[in-house]
Design a protein around this ligand. Sequence first.
Ligand code: MV4
Length: 451
Amino acid sequence: MYSRILIANRGEIACRIIRTCKKLGIESVAVFSEADRESLHARMADVAICIGPPESSRSYLHIPSIISAAEIADVEAIHPGYGFLAENGHFADVCRSLDIDFIGPTSNAMAKMADKAGARALAKTTGVPVLPGSDGIVPDEEEAQRLAHEIGYPVIIKATAGGGGRGIRIAHNDASLRSGMVQARSEAEAAFGDGAVYLEKFLQNPRHIEIQVLCDEHGNIVHLGERDCSIQRRHQKLLEESPSPVLDKYTRRAMGEAAIKLCQACGYTNAGTIEFLFEKGQFYFMEMNTRIQVEHPVTEEVVRVGKNEELDLIEEQIRVASGEKLRFRQKDIRFEGHAIECRINAEDPDRNFSPFPGVVKLYVAPRHDNVRVDSFIYSGYRIPPNYDSMIGKVIVRGKDRAEAIARADRALSEMVVDGIKTTIPFHIKLLRNVNFVNNNYDINFIDQNFL
Ligand code: MV4
């Protein structure tokens, strides 16, 4: 096991990782930008090193600065958290070439999944269900039109280097397909430096359901059930829950087995997530996230391991990165109760969710059994304008979905974040929405019910 880890991140995930380091007796080294001098992660860690100016490109994304900090502090491993350098294969290679463990998968596995058309092809040959679509990239409009007639409209054009919803277009006919191809390619070229696109049948009303996996370096793989992430706006998730209220145990098992097969096929190690679209009882592979995710606590709250032990996904990431074998097998994993996570953003829901940085005058976190708050704000904290607007997550657990919804409502109603606008009032409305309460939702829910 490691004795010292550097956390190449900020905010709630940096605090979350430091907490697990303390639990395991590992010294934590925080890095912070000049805008984050007063940030909680810098204060919580055993050592904190300033790595540059506020702009991410000159601090949290600046590999030479982070590596210099790692060398100065003499760490054995780096945890990248999510965002920033978490899915940067070059960074993982730089770490490992300097004999610093990168707590995440290999750059090889990352690259296989970063290529979305390639990942789709790999899923298909592995026997993981995919939607009808192209075999690899589509070279031009003529080929796209030929394929679209074969698949049937509507189709979706996706950038192979894409992510976060950029470089996608939906086409309902030949004319919109041809213009969509041109638009998607130029958008992808500008955003990713790679204009290659592929084609799929477009599902109009799917749920977004993802499977959490954990893989050690000895070939052992487990899945930890699913999270339903259908409640999102402009590809930003707002609320996640587990179990998904639309999955039966047979489908859950089939999705878990499909996720494990895909991990085997790409030589995956560490924690990862396989995203699926689910419609009319069928699931289809969409893409894989090769990092720990924002919503990982939802899984931690419903999973019990072995003799009723709690799961700490950050701990398991650290253990498998250091070469340990997984401590449990699939049969040792149980699911209990229902968990819901609400993402709290410093945003104004009445002004199109525009960011609302500023000083938090008063912060009072809800405190109850089965209520967990992963946050990094405090009374008097100035939220800098340079980074993501998420200021924390409220995660609740109930014996069933109804109890979890009621508990989330009460927790959010008691939460105080004065001085700035947040998404708390939006979440309370969402939790009281009849369609949400009745499990009558899909990925279009927010657009159809709130805008
Ligand atoms: C889809 C889809 C429907 N059919 N693919 C959005 C971003 C990228 N991750 C893939 N996305 C989608 N792919 C097919 N074949 C619908 C979406 C999609 C979506 C998916 C999950 C959650 C929210 C979404 C919002 C818009 C579109």
